[in-house]
Write a protein that binds this ligand. Sequence first.
Ligand code: DC
Length: 226
Amino acid sequence: MSVKIAIDGPSGAGKSTIARSAASELGYLYADTGAIYRSVALYCLENSVDIKDSETVLAALEDIVPTLKYVNSEQRVFVNGEDVTDRIRTPQVSSAASCISAIPRVREFLFRLQRSIADENSVIMDGRDIGTVVLPDADLKIFLTASAEKRAKRRYIQLAESSNCPSYEKVLEDIRRRDENDSTRAVSPLRKAEDAVELDTTDMTLEESVKTVIRMVKAAVKGGEA
Ligand code: DC
């Protein structure tokens, strides 16, 4: 039987880095669902689809076939057969993804793809509504948090390596705006599932966070077998 682990939490809480490392250590697939929302957002930006107009976005969905492939356990995201993985991490795509993910039919459209990955593999899947909507039957649900300032600092350090790095204040403002968007939208807002365990990584190193998640997964899976 496949194991399903859900990790949700706000932007920049370290979900993807922690989930990827833990999955690799445990021999599970790591599924990054934010990348799927980002791929739809990228399509809209590159095809002049007005992301503020939900009807236009819904019409565009008819032309979008997102798929995922795993190459040496690394997730690659494709739109209409084209690998867009390396183009979905810009601030413009982040903000557009936050916008289109508030449209209920976009979420419905992407639900089946996410669910099928978990049905076919043992996975650690991260996102915003994995424990609440996509995998309500997960073996373990973790709600990963950290203070907005700490998350902004981590993201700023990541971005500092790029040529057009925004200021720390701008990064913090973006994080706060996305928190607000993601947690106040009407459909599948970011919230902790009732049966999720909260893990606050504000004062933890990445290594400590990964070790803690691995410990939690092993305990949950073992508990399930007993
Ligand atoms: O995790 P991320 O930053 O790559 O996600 C990009 C956007 O997609 C984020 O603003 C919220 C949205 N998202 C979502 O609504 N539900 C998910 N399961 C994953 C991401």
